[in-house]
Design a protein around this ligand. Structure first.
Ligand code: FE2
Length: 294
């Protein structure tokens, strides 16, 4: 365990209920950004950087050296600001190596251009399970936690773990497992892996969808999840969890931004190549996602 003091700054995006983080190694001023959001207005097709600029202002005001821009997975609810932030402050954009499987699935779904190769090369680094890396003097570890998607990673930094969309706050539960390549059995195993971390481990989630009686929150602990998580606290076995997940996922709508998001996020936050008029276009495959009409 590293001995440096870790500062974690959270940035909640109310438009997508996403929490982005800046992890700071106070000893060196080195930092990692986790899951940054690029604003996107579906109605106009316009992107924006208001949310990302909040992170930038923090980074600049503290004179931080960004070493990493970490994605937990290819998000289906927001576009990634990784590329924009890299252009501003540098850092290596990284994700789990199984992103290649997600890229292959969605290259086919979108019928992407031939030049788009599902080899992960759009990212600067692909983590394998258990890989150790440094944020300044902090030691960090990438953990493969598939289930929500095949490529989900969690990042363990000092006594904090960034769990992406595996677990939500204890009163909200867990993420859906019905996207292409998702698997509720795998998600259960991933959650149990995270809950086997020391009980005092601080846990930071990627989204919050708070019930009416509280405001948005994003920090909990392994102990709290084991005691109180409504989907997967201690004592809930795999069969019960999987049955709950299947039943619940069958009721969930396709996320509003899934089609715009994933085609950008599998490019590491790069917009699709501009066409001959200089404009970048998103593709919307018709009658591919969602349930068929009877
Ligand atoms: Fe997600």
């Amino acid at each position: 365990m590293a001995t440096s003091i870790t500062t974690i700054e959270a940035f909640f995006d109310s438009a997508t209920s996403t929490v982005s983080y800046v992890i700071v190694d106070a000893a060196t001023g080195c930092a990692a950004i986790v899951d940054p959001v690029l604003d996107f207005e579906l109605k106009s097709g316009r992107t924006g950087t208001t949310q990302a600029d909040r992170l930038l202002a923090f980074v600049r005001s503290h004179c931080l050296q960004v070493q990493w821009i970490l994605e937990t997975h290819a998000h289906a609810d927001h576009l990634s600001a990784a590329r924009y932030l890299q252009e501003q402050v540098g850092g290596r954009i990284a994700i789990g190596e199984r992103i290649r499987e997600v890229q292959a699935t969605f290259k086919k779904l979108y019928n992407l251009e031939r030049n788009f190769l599902p080899d992960g090369a759009q990212f600067d680094h692909l983590f394998h399970d258990g890989e150790v890396f440094q944020i300044g003097s902090l030691q960090a570890r990438a953990l493969l936690v598939p289930g929500h998607t095949p490529a989900d990673m969690a990042y363990l930094v000092d006594d904090a773990v960034f769990v992406g969309d595996t677990l939500f706050m204890p009163d909200v539960g867990s993420a859906r497992a019905d996207f292409p390549g998702g698997d509720a059995h795998a998600l259960y195993a991933s959650v149990r892996r995270l809950l086997a971390l020391p009980p005092a481990t601080r846990m930071f989630v990627c989204h919050d969808y708070p019930p009416a009686d509280r405001t948005a929150a994003w920090q909990t602990t392994v102990a709290e999840q084991r005691a109180r998580n409504i989907h997967v606290r201690d004592g809930i076995d795999e069969a019960t969890f999987v049955a709950m997940r299947h039943a619940r996922d069958a009721t969930l709508d396709v996320p509003t931004l899934i089609l715009p998001s994933i085609q950008v996020n599998i490019r590491a936050g790069q917009l699709p190549p501009a066409e001959d008029d200089g404009v970048s276009y998103l593709k919307i495959p018709l009658n591919v996602l969602g349930s068929k009409q009877a």
